[in-house]
Design a binder for this molecule. Structure first.
Ligand code: FCB
Length: 469
């Protein structure tokens, strides 16, 4: 694919993906209360790369206008960010007017620069007091999320056209509850699935509230709602055993089909639920839940793509924490790795997954809602103008993914656009600013100054001409 020039449809959109907690900073201003990242930062700053916690984001609050103008100058028509629950709502679960004013200004600033804001409601950033009340393991928190979502739709319903309930709802169950990598560091597969189930209900309740407010005229008639997930196209070894294929089925089932069935059918995949039950993992279902989930069908979907899932049959059925194991990693000998992040680079995965969606969910419209490459300190080579020389790796990465997207579209995929993750460098959770993703640098040594990188010229050409060279 690499050396052919391809053209994407003229109505295909280009934009940037960001999130509130990774950019805004101003962690104690505009009435924002503590969120789960602030709790972790306060608890142990040493867990964050270079001890950079959640407090400052990439300082976008002070750079808002400049940032949106930069996106526009890159040829981007839209930018997705998120509202922070801990900023929009106060500690009593009521609208915080200062937080609301903050987001009205953010969205207006984007529009003035000519960039359409896409708004997501949740990006791993639960208010701290709700984690103390049980987090995603608690129905009370599911209800609190529904109230928050309803409040956001009512407040911004006339302004915002593109809404999303969650970003990567699979990530908190995995990182916080299953693999114990993120605060509160739990290693419990069953609790992870409880969180996953409750997030699914929360999503469906939000979609339901959205539809009701739209019918009542409080949300604009042309608004659409979706869900964004980091889908991982699944692969296993050549000539797989039945057990390898089982590993694929469950990995795909939990990471991908769970969400795809929810957003297209309003159900959860029964084969996955059954296998979980056989292994003693029971979802906390209640009477009436099926009707709630049935409301979870969306208008379109966001596909964040970073890497595939390569799995094989596990050596052990149970891990050292007593958790059931359904798959283990398969190390593909031909894998090309992004060593900074430990993620495989496999552009064709985007095409394979697109093909699966076209086959299994033919009516579903979608866009690539995140894709990008984070390189440690961007290797920090600079040209005479002081710009970071990232062209040799960032350009081929994006080009190859776009080329596979173009091919999928030619073959019928309903992919409408591409948002690049972290188009301006931003804070990446516990990795903080270690891996840089941007077409634009954030210079931490000079007050978060924005400096375009070499790759910015290339993406501008692509986004404005739709020709991928
Ligand atoms: C994704 C997240 C996003 C960012 C990228 C690199 O999983 O959605 O917040 O950290 O990874």
């Amino acid at each position: 694919m690499a050396n052919q020039s391809v053209t994407l449809p003229q109505d295909f959109f280009f934009g940037a993906a960001l999130s509130g907690p990774q950019t805004e900073g101003a962690w104690q201003s505009f009435g924002k209360i503590e969120n789960i990242w602030d709790t972790w930062s306060n608890l142990n700053l040493g867990d964050f790369h270079n001890r950079v916690g959640s407090y400052a984001g990439n300082d976008m609050t002070r750079h808002m206008q400049e940032d949106f103008e930069l996106f526009a100058s890159l040829g981007f028509a839209s930018v997705r960010t998120s509202i922070q629950w801990a900023r929009l709502m106060d500690a009593d679960g009521k609208l915080n007017p200062e937080g609301a004013a903050y987001y009205h200004k953010l969205f207006a600033t984007a529009r003035e620069a000519g960039v359409e804001p896409f708004v997501n409601l949740y990006h791993f950033d639960m208010p701290a007091y709700l984690l103390r009340r049980g987090g995603w393991e608690s129905r009370e928190v599911v209800e609190a999320y529904a109230t928050y979502a309803t409040t956001a739709f009512a407040e911004f319903g006339q302004e915002i056209e593109h809404w999303f309930t969650f970003n990567e709802p699979i990530v908190e169950p995995e990182q916080r509850y299953e693999h114990g990598r993120w605060y509160p560091f739990i290693h419990d597969f069953g609790r992870a699935r409880i969180a996953q189930y409750h997030i699914s209900l929360a999503h469906a309740l939000a979609v339901d509230a959205f539809r009701n407010l739209q019918a009542a005229g409080m949300v604009r008639a042309d608004a659409r709602i979706g869900l964004i997930n980091c889908f991982t196209p699944p692969y296993t070894r050549d000539n797989p055993s039945a057990a390898d294929l089982e590993a694929v089925r469950m990995t795909d089932g939990i990471n991908n089909r769970w969400w795809l069935d929810l957003v297209t059918e309003g159900t959860l995949p029964q084969d996955v639920v059954d296998t979980l039950a056989e292994r003693g993992v029971h979802l906390p279902t209640r009477a009436g839940d099926e009707q709630i989930l049935a409301r979870g069908t969306v208008d379109w979907l966001g596909f964040n793509y970073y890497h595939p899932a390569r799995v094989q049959a596990p050596e052990h059925d149970v891990d050292e924490h007593g958790n059931p194991v359904f798959a283990q990693e398969y190390v593909w000998p031909d894998a090309v790795m992004n060593e900074s992040r430990g993620w495989e680079i496999y552009p064709k995965g985007i095409y394979d997954f697109a093909t699966t969606m076209t086959r299994d969910y033919p009516d579903l419209e979608w866009f690539v809602s995140e894709n990008g490459i984070g390189i440690e300190e961007d290797r920090a080579e600079r040209d005479e103008q002081g710009r970071i020389c990232d062209g040799a790796y960032r350009v081929p990465f994006v080009r190859d993914h776009l080329a596979w997207i173009a091919r999928a579209i030619d073959e019928g995929a309903k992919c409408r656009g591409y948002h690049y993750w972290g188009a301006i460098d931003c804070w990446s959770w516990n990795n903080a600013f270690k891996n840089r993703y941007g077409f634009v640098e954030v210079d931490l040594a000079h007050d978060y100054k924005r400096v375009p990188k070499e790759s910015s010229d290339w993406i501008r050409r692509v986004a404005t001409t739709h020709v991928v060279e």
